[in-house]
Design a protein. Structure first.
Length: 532
């Protein structure tokens, strides 16, 4: 065994991993970069960024994700949303994967998820690829070196991209599999080198465990006023809606860009880094995120670059729309060192409306906020899942259905209670299209979105004049300084207003049809807030 630092009492034998040629424990960033380059997993880019390709899979594989069905999970998992695997199939899969890694070289990272020590989850991540170790070291939180002497994992992830599952033998769908066993506290990942599977597996585990403790697990970014953690805001949204971009505002402190908990003590980041989309990234629009792509140790995934100059091509989509970079939070100058914030004063729900009919911002009542949270309307961004090549309108409940092991009402009622208790203001923000649907209209100007959010967070927007939207029932500001007034009335941005009306009615019908599944489980005020 070789090491960065090893706890000799708790190595890999707790998972039955034996016979490996060498296991590298808790390598720091420089050692992981060196190992990855030496092993030919990628190459060093400008500034020391690590340039790599994830191969066949450039996005998550949600249809290949399984939860082991046991007596303890039978009544708690949302089985309509989570494919089941038998304990026997999981046991065969694990045994075959452990046999597969015998004689190989592995990289082990002992990390934790959750900045609040009361709710943290200690995770051991075992990978075949050095750069996967680097990625997850960025994305999870790093214990102090002295803590590693007594580190005992609550959960273990075993990731083997070179192992191909057998659907007949392992009870899965294809050769690719992500299997979570809540009894054994183990995640198995096979036949995909897409590193995002590691972080989303941890998020899924936390989404299952934390509600039992009264903690709301959220697929959201978060920030707070500089010098005032009490003035916090959270931004719900699926990938591609702007969580990373909008939370990294230079005039606020970034708590985190993707995954948080909301406990009785306030909000806390699950992660220690960011996983930002880089397609069309520019130094002018997002200077700090852009700078990370030339930072030592940043993982740059699936970006095309000049083989001689190593210049990155931020507009090249030939490998995937889902080009990304992973870096630690400290790479952002205004990031919170603690990963903690107070109870949110503002709850923002981000949607990417491919129909082009929603306004850039709308004020929601608490009941309307629950309606939109359970609906989770957006357009799946191209590339974030396999097979998605252009925005696809979708309803992803809680703005994160692929990561929700429990029924949506569990999360909805938790959020509803916390909003009521803490008096948060609620907003719906559309970062999608205006002036027409996808293919005809244009993306909402980022400058306008930033101005609207700034006004919402500083309280000035609430003091302005609003109109009631006749189609969707929420309140829309009439005028906001620095924002084109026409943008606030989406109908006026369409050349054909009759086409707008038809498109809006179509979306209302989609909302109504989708929400019917939640009607038996929700309170009367949320039912009254329903659209259509």
């Amino acid at each position: 065994m070789t090491e960065g630092r090893v706890n000799p009492l708790h190595q890999l034998d707790h998972q039955g991993i034996s016979g490996v040629a060498v296991a590298h424990y808790n390598y720091v960033e420089a050692a992981l970069v060196q190992a990855a380059v030496t092993r030919g997993e990628g190459r060093l880019g400008k500034g020391g960024a690590f340039l790599c390709s994830t191969g066949q899979f450039t996005g998550r594989s949600p249809r290949d994700k399984f939860v082991v069905r046991t007596p303890s999970t039978e009544g708690t998992i949302w089985w309509e949303n989570n494919a089941a695997m038998t304990p026997e199939s999981f046991a065969r899969l694990k045994a075959d994967m452990l046999a597969h890694v015998k004689g190989s070289e592995l990289f082990v990272q002992d990390l934790y998820a959750g900045a609040d020590p009361l709710h943290r989850l200690d995770v051991r991540v075992v990978t075949e690829l050095a750069w996967h170790g680097l990625f997850i070291r960025h994305l999870l939180r790093r214990p102090d070196r002295t803590e590693l002497d007594t580190f005992v994992p609550d959960w273990t992830i075993i990731n083997c991209p070179s192992f191909k599952a057998d659907p007949a033998r392992h009870g899965c769908r294809t050769e690719t599999v992500i299997a979570l066993n809540f009894d054994e506290k183990t995640v198995l990942i096979a036949n995909t080198a897409y590193a995002g599977e590691n972080k989303k597996a941890v998020f899924t585990v936390l989404n299952y465990l934390l509600p039992e403790k009264g903690v709301m697990a959220m697929h959201c970014s978060a920030n707070h006023a500089i010098g005032n953690p009490v003035d916090a805001a959270v931004f719900f949204g699926l990938s591609g809606t702007g969580k990373t971009t909008l939370s990294a505002s230079p005039d606020r402190t970034l708590v985190g860009d993707d995954e948080h908990g909301w406990s009785d003590r306030g909000i806390f980041n699950f992660e220690g880094g960011c996983y930002a989309k880089t397609i069309d990234l520019s130094a002018a629009a997002e200077p700090e995120i852009f700078a990370t792509t030339h930072r030592f140790g940043t993982v740059v995934e699936n970006m095309v670059y000049d083989p001689e100059t190593l210049d990155l091509d931020f507009s090249d989509r030939s490998l995937t729309e889902n080009t990304r970079c992973a870096y630690p939070l400290e790479a952002i100058s205004n990031a919170s060192a603690s990963g903690l914030g107070g109870h949110p004063r503002h709850v923002v729900m981000l949607t990417c409306d491919a129909f082009g009919v929603l306004p850039p911002i709308a004020r929601l009542t608490p009941a309307q906020a629950m309606y939109h949270f359970l609906s989770g309307f957006t357009a799946k961004a191209a590339g974030t899942e396999r097979g998605i090549t252009e925005p696809v309108p979708t309803f992803s409940t809680c703005f994160g259905a692929p990561f929700m092991p429990r029924r949506p009402e569990v999360y909805g009622k938790l959020l509803q209670a916390k909003i009521a208790k803490n008096g948060a203001s609620c907003w719906l923000v559309n970062t999608g299209w205006t002036g027409g649907a996808y293919g005809a209209g244009r993306r909402m100007p980022i400058k306008a979105t930033r101005a609207l959010l700034a006004a919402a967070l500083d309280g000035s927007l609430s003091a302005g004049t609003f109109r009631r939207d006749p189609m969707f029932g929420f309140d829309v500001p009439v005028e906001v300084p620095g924002v084109d007034r026409a943008l606030l009335d989406p109908r006026s941005t369409w050349a054909d207003t009759a086409a707008y009306d038809a498109q809006a009615r179509r979306l209302v019908e989609m909302f109504s049809k989708n929400f019917a599944q939640y009607v038996p489980f929700i309170d009367a005020d949320v039912k009254a807030a329903a659209i259509g």
